[in-house]
Design a protein around this ligand. Sequence first.
Ligand code: 4AD
Ligand code: MG
Length: 435
Amino acid sequence: MIPRITIAQAGQHIGEMVEIAGWLYNIRRSGKIAFPILRDGYGLMQCVAVKSALPKELFESIKNLTQESSIIVTGKIRAEQRAPGGYEMDLESLQVLQRVPESDPYPITPKDHGTDFLMDHRHLWLRSQRQHAIIRVRHEVIKAVRDYFDSHGFTLVDTPIFTPAACEGTTTLFEVDYFDDEKAYLTQSGQLYNEATAMAFGKVYCFGPTFRAEKSKTRRHLTEFWMVEPEMAYATLEDVKRVAEELIVFIVGRVLENRQEELKRLERDTSKLEAIQAPFGRMSYDDAVKLLQAKGSEIQWGGDFGGTDETMITADQQRPVMVDRFPTSIKAFYFEPDAERPEVVLGVDILAPEGYGEIIGGGQRIHDAELLLQRIEAHKLPKEAFDWYIDLRKYGSVPHAGFGMGIERCVSWMCGLEHIRETIAFPRMLNRLRP
Ligand code: 4AD
Ligand code: MG
C-alpha cells in the first residue's frame, strides 16, 4: 500500500513512494518534460514528469492538464531547494478525477483580475495562495483568542443571535420577522447577556457572529463580523485595559510564532508586529481631541472619531493606543459614568497602529439600577425588553466590565491588508451578499 500524505508531511517521506490528492495549481511543460504543480490545501508540490520514463498516454494526459483539475499523483519525494515548498515529486502515475474542460476554463488565471471580479468568484478565489495565507492567519488569531481566555479562568458562554432589543444603538439593527407578528433583531453584541452570565460564572466570554446594518462603505466595516467579548464580575475599566493589552500581545506573539510562512507570502513587515509589546500608549479622550486639533483636525470636544482621526492618533506610535473617558453623549447607554466627571464614561477604545483603527471597544458597565433606568429612558429604548437586564442590578449587583474585539479588524492588521473584505471567507458588506 502506498501511503496517502499531505504536502505538509513531505519532509517525513524523502525517498519514499507516496500518493497526494489535490488540484492542478499550474503547469510548465516542454516536449520531453512537464512540471505540474499540485496544491492540496497544505502547500504546493512541484512534480516532475519525464516523457521517456512514463507510458505515452499518461505523459500526454499530464501535458494536457488544465488549471484546477482534480488529480491524485503518485511518486517518490525528493528534497529540492529550488522547488516552492522545498520538495519535489518524481511522478510515476497520475489519476484525473475531473478535468476542467478547455471550453469552460477556471476563471481565475495567474494574470491580474479586478477586485469585483475576484469578489464575485470568492468561492474559487479562496484557493489562491494569498487568500490561503490570510485565512490561516485568521485561524491562528482565533485559536490564540480561545487559548488566552481558556487559560485565564474565563468560561465560554455563547449568547443568542436573535435578540428582542438593541445593544449598540438602534440605527444599525437588522430586523427579522419572528413568530406571531413579533420582531427580532440580529445581535449587535453579546455583551448584555454576558453581563448575566458573568454574575453566574465570574469571568466569561462569548465568541460568535455579530451584525450591524452599517451603511458605511469603508475598508474597516462588514455587516456581519465575528466578535470575541469577555466580561468580568467585580472588575473595572482598569481591568479591561490590562486584559485587552495582554490579549493583544498574546495574539501577536502566536501569529509571529506559527505563521511566519503566511506573513512572508503576504509580504507583511513583521518588524511592525514584533514591536507590539506592553505597555501600550494611554491617552484620555480630552488629550486625543487636543492632539487631533494640533494636527489640523476639525474635531471638537464631544465629537466621535472618524477613521482618519483614529489613524492620526496612532500615526507616531508603534504600539496600540488606548483612548479612554469618552463623552457620555456619544457612547452606548450601558457605560458607567466617571464618578468625578459624569460627562465622560469609563469606556476605552484601543486603536491599532499603521492606520488599522479601533480593534477593541469596551469599559465598565452601570451597576446601579436607578441610573440604568434613567439611561434606558434617555436613549428611548423599550424598557420591557430590558427587564431581565435591570434584574442584574437588583440581585447582587457589582461593578463589572468587559470588551469586544472584532476578529476581522485584528486579522486585517496582522496581515497588513488594504481592506477587511479578505479576512473572512464570505464577506457581507453594504453591497455584497453573494456568493
Ligand atoms: O465598539 P463596539 O461597537 O462595542 C461593542 O459592541 C461592545 N458591546 C463590546 C463589549 O464591550 N462587549 O464593537 C467592538 C469591536 C470594535 O472595536 C471593532 O473591532 C469591531 O467590534 N467592529 C466591527 N468590525 C467589523 N465591521 C464592523 N461594522 C464593526 N463594528 C465593530
Ligand atoms: Mg466602538
